[in-house]
Design a protein. Structure first.
Length: 203
């Protein structure tokens, strides 16, 4: 999915200036990284609010059109009001098409309902991780990574290194050898057959 947003350079900075900006329906933001100096910008509030609600927006290379000059960036941080649907500030980082980046990507779990551990044994699915960090060139950044659970039985799990990654994408595990991504465990108390066996007196 392609995301492009218009933005304008922001000259006034500080708490008071940001407050005045928000009253006009704008959001203060900053773009940093790369060979250029950090730049203060402003965005349309409703546009950024709607985009922040989209999962892919958080794991995509975005295009910022700042006063007619386009820059490729990643969303690095966003600050929200404690209880209002109000975006207070946004941070973007510039990306270079020729340099690998590190980015967290959401996991999409599929086929859990037909997994033997669920369909035949009534097991419970546990999503241990909901995202993983990857390294790749900007052009190869996936919006999500699919986790296919169709073959899992009770007491089985899928580990990070078993994930099927798109071409040019590698995992960043930060010292973790091979963490569990998802698992299927037996229901508490075991299956009906196990319960019946437990109640049968020994011969």
């Amino acid at each position: 999915m392609q995301f492009e947003m218009n933005a304008q350079a922001r000259n006034e900075q500080g708490t008071g200036a940001s407050r005045r900006l928000r009253r006009t329906g704008k959001v203060p933001a900053i773009v940093y990284g790369g060979s250029e100096a950090a730049q203060a910008i402003e965005l349309d509030h409703n546009t950024i609010l709607l985009n922040l609600r989209k999962e892919a927006f958080h794991a995509s290379v975005l295009t910022l059109n700042i006063d007619g000059k386009k820059q490729s960036v990643l969303l690095r941080d966003s600050q929200m009001h404690a209880y209002k649907p109000l975006v207070l500030h946004v941070d973007f980082q510039r990306v270079d098409a020729n340099q690998k980046l590190h980015q967290k990507v959401p996991l999409h779990f599929v086929n859990a309902d037909i997994a033997p551990g669920v369909k035949l044994s009534g097991g419970i699915v546990s999503h241990v991780m909901n995202e993983v960090e990857v390294s790749c060139l900007p052009a190869n950044l996936p919006a999500f990574i699919e986790v296919d659970m169709k073959d899992l039985k009770v007491a089985q799990s899928i580990h990070a290194k078993e994930l099927v990654l798109p071409k040019g994408v590698s995992l960043v595990l930060h010292g973790q050898d091979n963490p569990v991504v998802a698992a299927i465990s037996a229901k508490k108390g075991g299956s009906d057959e196990e319960a019946a066996a437990a109640e049968t007196p020994a011969a």
